[in-house]
Design a protein around this ligand. Structure first.
Ligand code: CA
Length: 724
């Protein structure tokens, strides 16, 4: 079970979870102004709990299709036989050059999808005709505090309204037919680095929404708001606050016994930034809870402790937010091993007994089956190679860690998985017919090591670890070895046997979310700019379509007028892309986020994209500084800049490539942007409280040295030559 084949690797390939972002490259122009007259039914049937529970095939009315979040559709017109006839019915330009992570929502012939910076589009689900657009004009200064691109995972629908949550922490209700604002409420303390990227879920008129920010220093919570008024109904904190302020409830008092030291100093973390599920019979809401803040437990909770409810699935009463049970997959979390990954509810026969289970494949690399009534651990096995634990103890449900796993005070060494996880936010699916869970799985080693002289600085990252060892090596041989260790696949997993049924190896990690159907198909987009269908039983790839740009979002399907449609948003982005998209190119062309909708017999084509070359830009002259300054610049860059501007200062193109930026060659402009916050309104964080003048100037020297390294676009492409 334990794989140690990475021991030869000297440094780790770093795949980070999240980071502040800068202003986007220029956006593709688009004309969406003239709203063609689209015939809509005069009266919209409001979305109710019954409508979501009925889950009829004409719609996709909640994030995971049903409250069980199985992302499996009973539709079968498109099937293993007919899929060869699948073609593009229409596409819609989402006016984005960054990551699109949204799951579209479909109701009554309309499809709602979100783009970069939370712009919502409403389209005719049959034709793609534009109906309305809503731009919440997010505060990009707040958004710049986010970790992982200007992304979000889509809207919710309830009554006659579309509910959207924004990266600057707002929850907004829109009229579903007109896109006009009903109400707009702030769900966060804007003095802290909270952001929202997750999609809201709605249970009996209560909108459930969490947030992110545990890389930068926040205390996690999930809230319920009244769908009709936007009024706050309850809030459940996932980690305890300072005892001196009094605990909110007995649950927090209980949780506090598992923490030590001044754990509240950097918020503690535990953000609920993505996954939720709901069981209407048990009337339990399940939330996936994130990593600690700081990551490094020796700083966060120096005398140890499990640190509840970090890296846990927590069951709550949706009416009150009252705690019911929890299962913690990574006690004493110290690696950014969040349990925010997709959770699926199903009934499985295990040892001759039907069990109501919840399933999760969190970042830590183990696949968990847990009793969803009680939180009792049932089984777990690793679904990718892992080096941090040998197995999960069957009696206690706790991981048996390897000696090297807790890195504090030890020599830097690579570990699997890294902070981007064996599985990240990209949704999986469960097909009750095959009994298999389809996981967008990945491998990426990382070197965890203590930060030198850690000090909490609000405005920067606060992981308590040093990312310098996570930067790719510059010598070609080691670079290639590390590149080879970074993998991605579509993995079909048997949750009863806890073993793989099949897997389909992709060219690299960070592929799209998954949809499965009664037609015996599994749909998934890929980093190398394709959208494909696989045989659910065998894993054979039966069909694929070139999407020009990479796909990270999850597909959906619906049926209107007897025709089955499959829809997916394309748009290459998110944390892996920001960090490594430049140095590990995938063949994804210039980013152009679109909604792509397919049906049988259709043959529409995508407009050709212009390929903007970075190589034509001039290389700046080296600064007259010593090697120590450049080495210091690398260290500061790795710990503050790499997660947006890219490894080796070679960006993915989602944010400006600093090597060729006019700001880099102008000391005064650099100072104004980095330390003065002059581009804060565009999303570039102000590092004035985080970096010294010497640090900022050392980064500039390092970036210019990288520009002169000879490792250019052609170099990275030559190391990542595509096979087909
Ligand atoms: Ca994280």
């Amino acid at each position: 079970m334990l794989h140690r084949h990475l021991a030869i690797i000297a440094a780790s390939l770093s795949l980070i979870a999240c980071q502040p972002q800068n202003e986007t490259a220029q956006q593709e122009s688009q004309t969406t102004e003239p709203a063609p007259a689209v015939e809509q039914q005069a009266v919209m049937q409001p979305v109710t709990a019954e409508a979501i529970l009925a889950a009829d095939n004409s719609g996709w009315r909640t994030h995971g299709r049903t409250y069980s979040e199985q992302r499996h559709s009973p539709l079968s017109q498109i099937n293993t036989e007919s899929v060869s006839e699948l073609g593009l019915a229409w596409s819609f330009d989402l006016n984005s050059s960054r990551g699109i992570e949204a799951t579209p929502i479909v109701h009554q012939g309309m499809i709602y999808v979100t783009s970069t910076w939370n712009v919502v589009y409403a389209l005719d689900a049959r034709s793609g005709a534009f109906l309305w657009e809503f731009d919440p004009k997010v505060d990009k200064e707040q958004a710049g505090k986010g970790c992982c691109d200007a992304v979000n995972r889509g809207v919710a629908i309830w009554g006659n309204n579309v509910i959207t949550a924004t990266i600057d922490g707002r929850l907004i209700s829109l009229d579903a037919k007109k896109g006009t604002v009903n109400w707009d409420v702030l769900t966060i303390d804007k003095s802290k680095p909270y952001t929202i990227t997750g999609a809201p879920r709605i249970i009996d008129g209560k909108i459930i929404i969490g947030n992110g920010g545990a890389e930068l220093g926040v205390r996690g919570y999930v809230s319920a708001y009244a769908a009709d008024s936007g009024k706050l109904l309850w809030r459940f904190y996932t980690v305890p606050g300072n005892p001196a302020d009094g605990f909110e409830n007995e649950t927090m008092e209980m949780a506090a016994k598992t923490w030590t030291g001044e754990y509240w100093a950097a918020g503690g973390g535990g953000t609920v930034w993505d996954s939720m599920a709901y069981d209407p019979e048990l009337d339990l809401l399940y939330i996936g809870v994130g990593n600690g803040s700081p990551w490094n437990q020796t700083i966060r909770s120096p005398e140890g402790g499990d640190n509840l409810f970090l890296s846990s699935i927590v069951a709550l009463k949706p009416d009150t937010g009252e705690y019911v049970w929890h299962y913690q997959s990574t006690p004493a979390e110290t690696w950014d091993y969040t349990a925010t990954q997709h959770m699926i509810l199903a009934d499985l026969e295990i040892n001759g007994e039907m069990r109501k289970v919840i399933m999760q494949a969190p970042k830590n690399g183990f696949f968990y089956v847990v009793d969803r009534e009680t939180g009792e651990f049932i089984s777990a096995n690793n679904f990718v190679p892992v080096t941090w634990a040998t197995h999960i103890d069957q009696e206690t449900g706790r991981p048996v860690e390897t000696e090297a796993a807790r890195y504090s005070g030890k020599a830097p060494a690579p570990q699997l998985p890294g902070p981007l996880g064996a599985h990240n936010w990209h949704p999986m699916s469960y097909n009750p017919d095959t009994g298999l869970v389809y996981i967008p799985a990945q491998e990426g080693p990382w070197v965890y090591t203590d930060a030198e002289n850690y000090e909490m600085k609000l405005g920067g990252w606060n992981t308590g670890t040093d990312f310098t060892f996570a930067v790719l090596p510059s010598d070609v041989a080691t670079f290639k070895a590390l590149k080879a260790a970074v993998k991605g696949r579509l993995l079909a997993w048997d949750p009863v046997k806890q073993e793989a049924a099949w897997s389909f190896e992709h060219k690299g990690p960070w592929n799209g979310g998954v949809l499965s159907t009664k037609g015996g198909l599994v749909f998934q987009g890929t980093a190398d700019a394709h959208f494909a269908a696989y045989d659910a039983a065998s894993g054979e790839r039966l069909w694929r379509f070139f999407t020009q740009t990479g796909v990270v979002a999850a597909p959906i399907t619906y049926e209107l007028d007897g025709e089955q449609y499959v829809a997916v948003a394309s748009g290459w982005g998110g944390s892996f892309v920001l960090g490594y998209g430049g140095v590990l190119p995938t063949g994804s062309q210039n980013n152009a986020g679109r909604l792509l909708v397919f049906k049988l017999g259709a043959a529409d084509t995508l407009p050709e994209l212009e390929n903007v070359q970075l190589a034509e830009l001039s290389i700046p002259e080296m600064l007259d500084v010593g090697e120590e300054t450049i080495a210091q610049g690398l260290k500061v860059y790795a710990n503050n800049c790499v997660t947006c501007h890219g490894d080796q200062a070679f960006s993915s193109g989602l944010v400006p490539n600093l090597r060729f930026s006019g700001i880099t060659t102008n000391a005064e402009a650099w100072r104004s942007v980095v330390l003065g916050g002059s581009l804060a309104k565009s999303g570039m964080p102000n590092f004035g409280k985080v970096l010294s003048e010497a640090d900022a100037e050392a980064v500039r020297a390092y970036v210019i040295a990288e520009a002169n390294s000879g490792r250019d676009e052609e170099f990275y492409k030559s190391l990542s030559a595509a096979e087909d």
